[in-house]
Write a protein that binds this ligand. Structure first.
Ligand code: NAP
Length: 285
């Protein structure tokens, strides 16, 4: 089974490396070709100059690009050359609707599609410990599970196409609330004149401990906001969540506040910083 990977950004690089480590990666494509060339040389796999060229060779095509329109661009390109019986797996965070559209386009070419967004950050991608939320045909998932296991610690099948993305929306809404809670609490702690390294260490081990505090607490209190997860990307996700919440008549006030806060940071040119840059607003820095 030849596996190809499209989109070698912060997440894709880690996933592709873990596939290669497991002897599962055949080739890569990235829009900025130099990234694909460098990684292909490092991993001793093929570098493709177009998604069409990769799709013509691969039996399993994984991708991790940015937003809905980027996924659709890639799916349309893949559909030009995809082999019947191939499986396309999208690990980007996009809407359930986009997943359904992608599945329809590929079905017309006798190829299968799984929406398979992930959680666990760049650390999880690097370490192969991602949690993956899958929508689509369960039998197709079983076929490609050995490939996906090379980059994940947990794979959950949620239901039909789009269900993986719906689950990821739950995750993103939760992340918004956690970001608000952690940045607000740490800003408060700093204003109390506490030693924030000690505060973070002790709280991480208690009932309020969480992934975001553990992995981003110390850097944010030191004024370091390297991505991580770009806040412009989380903003994009939360707009999807707002749309879904509106349709389901569910109120998500923490999401609404976070969208506004991110917009403010993006207007200051900080969209490429990590989501922990929300701390800037809490501390006025
Ligand atoms: P990133 O570092 O900005 O990388 C984005 C990648 O997508 C790059 O390889 C980029 O190519 C490619 N790309 C974007 N638009 C494209 C297009 N129209 N055609 C072809 N390639 C395109 O982003 P990331 O952090 O890896 O995130 C990728 C996805 O994973 C997003 O949907 C994000 O929401 C999701 N995600 C991120 C995290 C995280 O912690 N970072 C965690 C879970 C999920 P170039 O190199 O040419 O720009």
């Amino acid at each position: 089974m030849k596996v190809g990977y499209i989109g070698l950004g912060a997440m894709g690089q880690g996933m592709a490396r873990n596939l290669a480590k497991a002897g599962q990666l055949h080739g890569v494509y990235n829009r900025t070709g130099s990234k694909a060339d460098a990684l292909a040389t490092e991993l001793q796999v093929d570098a493709y100059s177009s998604p069409q060229a990769l799709a013509a060779q691969a039996d399993v095509i994984l991708m991790c690009v940015s937003a809905d329109e980027d996924v659709m661009q890639m799916v349309l390109a893949i559909a030009e050359t995809v082999k019947p019986g191939s499986v396309v797996i999208d690990t980007s965070t996009v809407s359930s609707q986009t997943a359904q559209q992608a599945a329809k386009i590929l079905k017309a070419k006798q190829a299968d599609f799984l929406d398979a967004p992930v959680s666990g950050g760049v650390e999880g991608a690097r370490q192969g410990s991602l949690a993956m939320m899958v929508g689509g045909d369960a039998m197709v998932l079983e076929r490609v599970k050995p490939v996906l296991q090379a980059m994940t610690a947990r794979i959950e099948h949620l239901g039909d196409t789009g269900a993986g993305q719906a689950c990821k929306a739950v995750n993103q809404i939760m992340c918004a609330g956690i970001n608000q809670a952690v940045t607000e609490a740490l800003a408060f702690g700093e204003a109390q004149g506490l030693d924030m390294q000690k505060v973070i260490d002790v709280i991480t081990g208690g009932a309020a401990g969480n992934w975001f505090l553990q992995h981003r607490g110390k850097t944010m209190t030191q004024g370091v906001f390297n991505p991580g997860f770009k806040l412009a990307l989380h903003h994009k996700d939360l707009l999807i969540c707002q749309h879904m919440a509106e349709q389901a008549h569910v109120a998500c006030p923490l999401t609404d506040t976070t969208v506004q806060d991110y917009q403010q940071l993006m207007q200051q040119g900080l969209g490429d910083e990590d989501i922990s840059a929300l701390y800037r607003l809490k501390r006025n820095i």
